[in-house]
Design a protein. Structure first.
Length: 260
């Protein structure tokens, strides 16, 4: 497991295979390593595709939608803590969430629940949603193809990415669990994205912020990077994340350090 503290400075990368190895990172996001003969080593030497989750990774939506969702659960007589939200709902598809609600309440979810949730969350997102800090710079410096693979619907991705000005960057490269048989933590949506873009699983990097998404990436046999700005690092490690990082701007340097 590698923990990234600050890639603007020299950081120490610690894992099971290489104790105390030091990776030199140059200042800023435009980072490249050079061989002695002048050849450049880039992220593309290891990864041919970077697959981003959407909520919590590209857009700072988790806290907004979680508040709406937990409030609606309260209206149904289901009272959940922040811990319960992480364990039972965060990172899962709506159909999975509805199954959990039915199990907790012992009765069918009201027909209007989903429609009301989307209406309320859309209003809240339009008023409050922002892109994850530095994601624009990260996308501009990756140097390899990228896409988004989400537990949300295409309508939701269009809304959140549209509000934050990121939609044009992912047009034609947006994949939803609604397109595949099984939602996360099954690997289906990640494997679907890789297949559509003609890249093998081994050449894909997955960026996830929930244990459910991390498990899906691991099941797809891809390299999983756990973004732990909000989610506790240990949760992502326990789910199987190969690497973790706290600041989005550190991602290009971390990917590049693994391309050597």
């Amino acid at each position: 497991m590698i923990e990234v503290k600050d890639l603007r400075k020299t950081f120490r990368a610690k894992d099971k295979k290489s104790k105390g190895s030091v990776v030199e990172a140059v200042s800023g996001l435009n980072m490249e390593f050079h061989h002695g003969d002048g050849r450049r080593s880039g992220i593309a030497l290891k990864f041919k595709l970077v697959i981003f989750d959407c909520d919590g990774v590209l857009v700072d939506s988790e806290s907004i939608t979680n508040q709406i969702f937990s409030g609606m659960l309260n209206e149904l007589g289901i009272f959940v803590s922040a811990e319960d939200m992480f364990e039972r709902f965060v990172g899962r598809s709506m159909s999975q969430c509805l199954e959990v609600i039915e199990a907790l309440s012992g009765r069918a979810v009201p027909d209007e629940f989903v429609e009301n949730y989307y209406a309320r969350s859309t209003r809240a997102l339009q008023a409050e949603l922002k892109a994850v800090a530095d994601i624009d710079l990260v996308l501009a410096t990756l140097g390899v193809p990228y896409c988004v693979a989400s537990s949300g619907t295409h309508a939701k991705m269009n809304t959140t990415l549209g509000i934050t000005g990121l939609l044009s960057k992912f047009q034609g490269r947006m994949y939803s669990v609604t397109e595949v048989p099984n939602a996360k933590p099954a690997p289906d949506v990640f494997l679907h994205a890789a297949k559509q873009l003609g890249v093998s699983a081994a050449a894909c990097a997955v960026i996830e912020d929930t244990p459910t998404g991390v498990r899906a990436g691991v099941a797809a046999e891809m390299t999983v990077f756990g973004y732990c700005a909000v989610t506790p690092r240990k949760r992502l490690i326990d789910a199987g994340a190969h690497y973790t990082f706290e600041r989005m701007r550190d991602l290009p340097g971390l990917l590049l350090s693994l391309a050597r």
